[in-house]
Design a protein around this ligand. Structure first.
Ligand code: PLP
Length: 429
């Protein structure tokens, strides 16, 4: 499916895999740890990255590669890989170009797990970070850079704050400093935004969310746009631009070019050493989700918009965050970057604070209380008493999580049923 004219709708269904005569119509599950070769010399060529092929599923597996190829086509990238989780995708994407002593500029409005990964765990590895508001000016963004900055990181639509990243602005500043912009595109999915079209260089995903879409498998993906010129900034990226002694002196950016160096290095080095790939069966199930991603995203957005509009007009609701609402702080950015819609996640405050929010949620019948989002089934979460439970009210406000905040992920049910459920729960408080 390398046809550039195909709509994303067609790529969701058929991308990544074109069976030959008599071959399976659905992607084959290659449930094998290892692969057989006729001679040691032939296998040796694989280890030297001189020939393409598989030798051990810790590094690469045909089913995973087929699904990764579909995600690369959906994002308009040149190469992709699947990982065991979204956390693994973001870690590998950053660690592929950051060494001890390096520095990252990141949006402060990102998924809590990624914030912890960057601010705590990567700091233990000697990689430091400066966090900036996604709404910062170009001057403020410039001021966050240091000589050792190696990457800029943000989320298209942040989980759970629902801020929208000005991708074009962040990309321009990153490029002016000679480093790539990495964008976590989990909530928008390539159906609603393709960050490469706005200058991003690497895209990551928690495929656990809309891509899988059914709450079935935890997984992640990394996609390379193939546009960042590593060799033009060789002093900053020695891992890509100087020989890798653990791979017989290969220089990834020379051998595999802009299009392939990033993913090849992440596979050959990081998957080899960390082994956080996806299982073939999970990749197969992820692909079932991808086949309907374009159909589902439209419904998630329709339901999110309807619920947000209903809440915005309800007297018991203090505020609503949803970039599809004309009054929302991110509405103008959403018109530019998310013209087809954003996602099904809406957050809002219930008048009466923490206790009112919890009471409201307890009365919901369709929406279940879960630590999850972007699923076919509507679910909701009260961050102040769950994911952010250890924080007091002052700390919650500093983290941008109001004590009365409810995050609701609108699923694929009928929107009138969802609204009736919310209305009866609000009536009871
Ligand atoms: C959930 C999520 C992650 C982490 O993904 P897992 O698959 O849970 O590891 C990363 N980024 C965003 C935006 C997410 O929503």
């Amino acid at each position: 499916m390398a046809d550039k004219n195909l709509s994303i709708n067609t790529l969701c269904v058929q991308g990544g895999y074109t069976p030959g005569n008599g071959e399976p119509r659905q992607i084959p599950i290659v449930q094998s740890t290892t692969f057989k070769y006729d001679s040691s010399d032939e296998m040796g060529k694989l280890f030297d990255l001189e020939a393409n092929g598989y030798f051990y599923s810790r590094l690469q597996n045909p089913t995973c590669d087929t699904v990764a190829a579909k995600i690369a086509e959906l994002e308009g990238g040149t190469a992709a890989m699947l990982t065991s989780s979204g956390q693994a995708a973001n870690f590998l994407a950053l660690f592929n170009i950051c060494n001890a002593g390096d520095h990252i500029v990141a949006s402060s409005s990102i998924y809590g797990g990624t914030f912890n990964l960057i601010s705590v765990t990567m700091a233990k590895m000697g990689i430091t970070a400066t966090f900036v508001s996604p709404d910062c000016s170009e001057e403020e963004l410039n001021a966050a850079f240091r000589d050792n900055t190696r990457a800029v990181f943000g989320e298209t639509i942040a989980n759970p704050a629902l801020t929208v990243l000005d991708i074009e602005k962040f990309a321009a500043v990153a490029h002016a400093h000679g480093v790539p912009l990495i964008v976590d595109n989990t909530f928008a999915t390539p159906v609603n935004c393709r960050p490469f079209e706005w200058g991003a260089d690497i895209v990551t995903h928690s495929t656990t969310k809309y891509m899988d879409g059914h709450g079935g498998c935890v997984g992640g993906a990394i996609v390379d746009s193939g546009k960042f010129d590593w060799m033009a900034h060789a002093d900053k990226f020695p891992g890509l631009c100087t020989p890798d002694e653990s791979y017989h002196g290969i220089t990834y950016a020379e051998r595999f070019g802009k299009e392939g160096a990033f993913i090849t290095k992440a596979t050959a080095q990081l998957m080899r050493d960390f082994g956080c790939g996806q299982s073939p069966i999970s990749a197969y199930m992820l692909n079932l989700g991808l086949e309907s991603l374009h159909v589902r995203m439209a419904r998630h957005c329709e339901n999110g918009q309807a619920v947000a509009e209903f809440l915005a007009n309800h007297p018991k609701i203090a505020y609503v965050n949803y970039c599809g609402l004309p009054g929302d702080k991110y509405h103008e950015l959403a018109k530019k970057y998310l013209p087809k819609g954003s996602c099904g996640v809406v957050s809002f405050g219930v008048k009466g604070g923490r206790d009112a929010a919890k009471a409201f949620m307890g009365h919901l019948k369709i929406a279940a209380i879960e630590t999850h989002v972007a699923d076919a089934r509507t679910c909701c979460l009260h961050p102040a008493s769950s994911t952010h439970r250890q924080m007091n009210d002052a700390q919650l406000l500093a983290a941008g999580v109001e004590p009365d905040l409810v995050r609701m992920s609108c699923g694929l049910e009928d929107k009138d049923d969802l609204i009736r459920d919310i209305a009866q729960a609000l009536d009871q408080i």
